[in-house]
Design a protein around this ligand. Structure first.
Ligand SMILES: Nc1ncnc2c1ncn2[C@@H]1O[C@H](COP(=O)(O)OP(=O)(O)OP(=O)(O)O)[C@@H](O)[C@H]1O
Ligand SMILES: [Mg+2]
Length: 360
């Protein structure tokens, strides 16, 4: 049995449906992420799990028990917000002790649990400080410690790193992964940042307009997006209009304006279907000249534009009739090729199974 079963949850505000029939199972010990653009219903779903809000229909079971029958403060669930929500007039240790004092635990036990929590988040020497004396990252660690001190079954985190700068965010991401592993508590994490979701999660639910578009492991979400929305939202992706001319069992031939025939992986489409070819730029080889390999699509084109990004360069290649294909080239010291200039003739190639056909 899953730790949390979410069944067909619907939440409407007036005639607007914020969460539109969401179902998912979250396993014990999982780092589970709700990922999607602003307004897709992530926070609304999280608030219903916490009990701050209720669905119009559907049910949620925690350890098989209907959550609707459990008051929010009785649920073994804790939420961490982007804004930390620490008490400014209490020290770090007092902040962490607060939920334990509410439960009227003994002084000795409170002291021991606070010490352990400070250790969990590597703030052992900061117990006597006030939140105002801490950095953003440290404040968020205090909020985490306070959330974990009661050892909830489920920790909900709503964009907890959004206020931090990029460097600190990356460091905190690593800490979150380690912390979750150490404490073994199930995390439901909300973010609209796809790289964060890919880096942190065991599984991701990609949401859009109140619905789940795809629920999978990060590598599946990235490599085998189910539809145009997921392909476009996660990473960068070439999305090229295509029509199926020959549908084989595993391989297919697409007809693409300006390119002609392109071989691709067949996810189960039939001949004549119209849709798009989804192709990640890092799977496209590019050079002034390329020896084609087996099972590769191979085209000649011209550099239309490029973006130097430090670690990589993204080339936009015009191939035939105004069709643009993005290709990504790492700027590694060893294999760094001559930088291609705008207007240069180039060749691009990609294995047939690097591209996926998506219906619609
Ligand atoms: N109390 C409310 N009354 C009316 N509409 C609401 C209410 N709460 C949320 N909404 C609407 O429901 C939709 C989903 O909101 P929600 O806060 O869940 O989005 P989100 O995915 O968390 O977005 P963000 O990434 O910006 O935090 C939004 O369009 C929002 O305006
Ligand atoms: Mg939100």
């Amino acid at each position: 049995m899953a730790l949390l079963e979410i069944r067909n949850i619907v939440r409407r505000f007036g005639d607007f449906t914020a969460v539109d029939g969401v179902s998912m199972d979250i396993e014990a010990g999982e780092f589970f992420t709700l990922l999607g653009p602003s307004g897709c219903g992530k926070t609304t779903l999280l608030r219903m799990i916490a009990g701050f809000d209720s669905p119009q229909s559907g049910e949620m079971l925690l350890d098989g028990k209907d959550l609707a029958s459990i008051a929010p403060e009785k649920r073994p669930i804790h939420t961490v917000f982007q804004s930390y929500a620490l008490f400014p007039h209490m020290t770090v240790a007092e902040n962490i002790a607060f939920p334990l004092r509410m439960r009227k635990l003994g002084k000795g036990e409170i002291g021991e649990r606070v010490r352990q929590s400070l250790e969990d988040v590597r703030l052992t020497d900061r117990g006597g400080r006030y939140p105002g004396e801490l950095s953003g990252g440290q404040r968020q660690r205090v909020a985490l410690a306070r959330a974990l001190v009661n050892r909830p079954r489920l920790l909900l985190l709503d964009e907890p790193l959004a206020a931090l700068d990029m460097k600190l965010r990356e460091q905190m991401q690593l800490e979150l992964i380690n912390l979750q592993k150490e404490v073994g508590i199930t995390f439901i994490y909300v973010t609209h940042d796809q790289t964060e979701a890919l880096a942190l999660s065991h599984r991701i639910a990609v949401m859009n307009g109140g619905k789940v578009e795809q629920l999978d492991e990060p590598s599946k979400i990235y490599d085998s997006p189910k539809n145009r929305f997921v392909a476009d939202f996660i990473g960068t992706c070439n999305l090229i209009d295509a029509e199926v001319s020959v549908a084989g069992e595993e391989k297919m031939v697409l007809q693409i304006r300006g390119l002609g025939e392109v071989a691709a992986r067949n996810p189960g489409a039939t001949g004549g279907a119209k849709g798009i070819l989804a192709l990640r730029p890092e799977k496209v080889r590019i050079a002034a000249q390329l020896a084609p390999e087996d099972d590769e699509n191979h085209f000649k084109g011209r550099v239309h534009d490029f973006l130097y990004m430090g670690d990589v360069t993204v080339y936009i290649v015009e191939v035939g009739d105004g069709v643009h294909v993005e290709a990504l080239l790492p700027n590694s010291a060893a294999g760094r090729p001559r930088i291609l200039a705008v207007g240069d003739p180039v060749e691009i190639a990609w294995r047939y199974d690097a591209g996926t056909f998506l219906d619609g």
